[in-house]
Structure formats: C-alpha cells, structure tokens
Design a protein around this ligand. Structure first.
Ligand code: AVJ
Length: 328
C-alpha cells in the first residue's frame, strides 16, 4: 500500500523542486506507477542522452541529422515560401546540433530572424548561449529556460513576427497519441494563421530495429532510466535501491507504442523524504517513458485533427524518420 500523508509546507521548498516532488509522489501513488520523462534531463541525464544519440542502435538522431544536413536549403526555402518573415522557435532545443544547419542556411540566405531555443534544462540553454554565437556570429539568439507553454506565453513579449516552431528529435513521441493530439491543439492556440510547425516523427519500421534503439548493448539507455531514480534519491531524499530494478523496454508494432519500464525485482518499500513510503510488489512495473512511432497517414491525421495543414515533408534516405512541415 502507498501512504501519502500531508505534503510538507510549500514555503520550505523551492518552486521547481516542489513540482518535481509533487509529480514524483503523484506518479508513484497512481495504480500504474509512472514518472514524467521530462525529469530525465538533469545535468547527468543530459550527458547520458548525448551518449544515447551517439549509440549506433539509436538511429533517430542520425536520420534526422541526415535530413537537416542534406535538405536545409529545401527546408529554408519552404519556410520562406510559406511564412515570409518569421522568427524561429525551437521546443526542446537540446544542443541544436541538428537545427544549426537550418540556422546557418537561413543566415547564409540573409534571412532576418531571431532564434528562440526553449528547453526545460537550464544547462542546455546556458550551453547554447555560450556556444552558438561562436559558431554562428550573426545569429540573433534569445534562450528561454522552462516548460514549453510557459515559454511560448512569454515569447509574445519578444517576438512580433510570424512564428516557425521547430519540434524536432521525435520529442512528440514522448506523448501517447491522445496526449499528442491535445499537445498539438494546445500548440495551435499559441500560434496564428500562417504560422508553421516543423515536427520530427520517428516512423514505424521493423520492430526489432525500434526495440534495439531503446535497449542499446552498452547499457546507456538503461543508465539513462536509472539516472532518474538517482536524481529522485539525491534531490528528494529518497532511497531507491537501483540494484532491485531492471530496465525493460517494449515495443508494440500494432500500436507503434515503444514503452520503457523499470521492473521491481522484489517486494520492497521506497521512502521519499520523511513523509512518503511507496511499496512495490515483486515484478511490478514502473512506467518510465513512451516513444510513439507513426505512419505517414497517422501524422497527416494528427495534423487534420489539431488544426494544421501538412504542406511539406522531409525524409532521410531510408525513410525511417520524417520532419513534417505543417501550417496553421
Ligand atoms: C528525446 C523523447 C525523442 O523517445 O527516442 C531516447 C528519449 N529515451 N532513449 C526518444 C529517449 C530513451 C527520446 N526523445
């Protein structure tokens, strides 16, 4: 049984920690225990994700990189054609190693725009603000550290141009299909008619290829999942014993849902601070993350259901990945 007595007085905690604490306690108290994948990305998590992107099993990055390196001229052309004058906003910018090709192409074309990278990780934004100006001297850059919608809200204070939103890296995969619909609908509300959205989708392919991408032989994805338990231990004074959990990635080819779990190897109690005890049954699954895969028909459907019109798509040579350009 899970016991959740009254929460500690909010004034004793910083706001950021507070929502982390509340989300973790809430997730671990649900019938299907789960954690929010946005919390993977502390400094150690950022570093592990960088390593994942270099794993040969994790094909997604290479595919989307190929799209950006080989088709940035076509993408830039499409953005100018459909949007005219715009600012470029990137959701979950990461290290911008993919978008930098598009940023450079636009600068080379003398397009006057400001780049607004938005990222949940303060590290990521600091890093970008330090490193991008050296790589792209004429870039107008304004980093925004926080949650997507909070930051999109703030954006209107800084940008009066049309918006081109980049949502790359298959980050949309972290939503199940219903959540992806409401996310796109919500995004749509922050945009104006004529604004553009470029979204990266990982496409359905042989299931083994997909499963392997979330189960690399060197164990980096495993470490990435366990890192969130370490983070909870450290920041929320919990006592997860990671030796009593096993990384268990799954892929269902019929739904396209690739889900990762941590399986409790024995019946055990985990304490979070002094107030919360969570009990795990033997073999109980802690749901960590979904990475939803799509067909092209499903991406078109998603656009249609959420107020967007597909105007262009950019594929890698294997057609394993697509960057879809939609217009409001
Ligand atoms: C950053 C959400 C796109 O789901 O493929 C990679 C995160 N998790 N390996 C993905 C991730 C495990 C990644 N996204």
């Amino acid at each position: 049984m899970t016991v959740i007595p009254t929460l500690p007085a909010p004034c004793k905690r910083k706001p950021a920690t507070d929502s982390f604490y509340n989300d973790v306690v809430q997730g671990l108290s649900a019938p299907q225990k789960h954690l929010d994948p946005k919390y993977f990305y502390d400094a150690a998590g950022d570093a592990l994700f960088q390593q994942i992107m270099q794993c040969h099993e994790y094909y997604l990055t290479g595919c989307e990189m190929e799209i950006l390196t080989s088709q940035s001229p076509q993408i830039a052309q499409a953005l100018q054609k459909y949007a005219g004058a715009f600012d470029l906003v990137e959701l979950g910018a990461g290290d911008a190693t993919k978008s930098i090709h598009l940023l450079r192409e636009l600068l080379d074309n003398a397009v006057d725009y400001t780049y607004f990278p938005i990222d949940i990780s303060a590290n990521v934004i600091k890093q970008l603000e330090k490193e991008l100006p050296a790589k792209l001297p004429h870039l107008q850059l304004h980093g925004l550290n926080g949650e997507y919608f909070h930051m999109l809200q703030q954006l209107n204070e800084y940008s009066t141009r049309k918006k081109v939103l980049l949502f790359m890296g298959a980050n949309i995969g972290n939503f199940n299909t219903a959540a992806a619909r409401s996310f796109c609908q919500q995004l749509r509300q922050y945009l104006q008619p004529g604004d553009l959205l470029l979204t990266g989708f990982d496409l359905k392919k042989h299931p083994q290829i997909i499963l392997n991408a979330y189960n690399d032989a060197t164990g980096i994805t495993r470490a990435f999942n366990f890192n969130l338990l370490h983070r909870i231990n450290r920041e929320l004074h919990a006592d997860f014993d990671i030796t009593k959990f096993e990384h268990f990635p799954t892929y269902d080819p019929s739904t396209g849902a690739c889900k990762s779990y941590l399986i409790s190897l024995e019946k055990q109690l985990v304490h979070i601070g002094e107030d919360v005890t969570v009990s795990f049954a033997e073999n109980e699954a802690l749901y960590m993350e979904i990475s939803q895969k799509y067909t092209l028909e499903e991406t078109d459907q998603l656009a249609a259901q959420t107020g967007f019109k597909p105007v262009s798509s950019f594929f890698d040579s294997k057609k394993w990945f697509v960057d879809c350009l939609w217009q409001c």
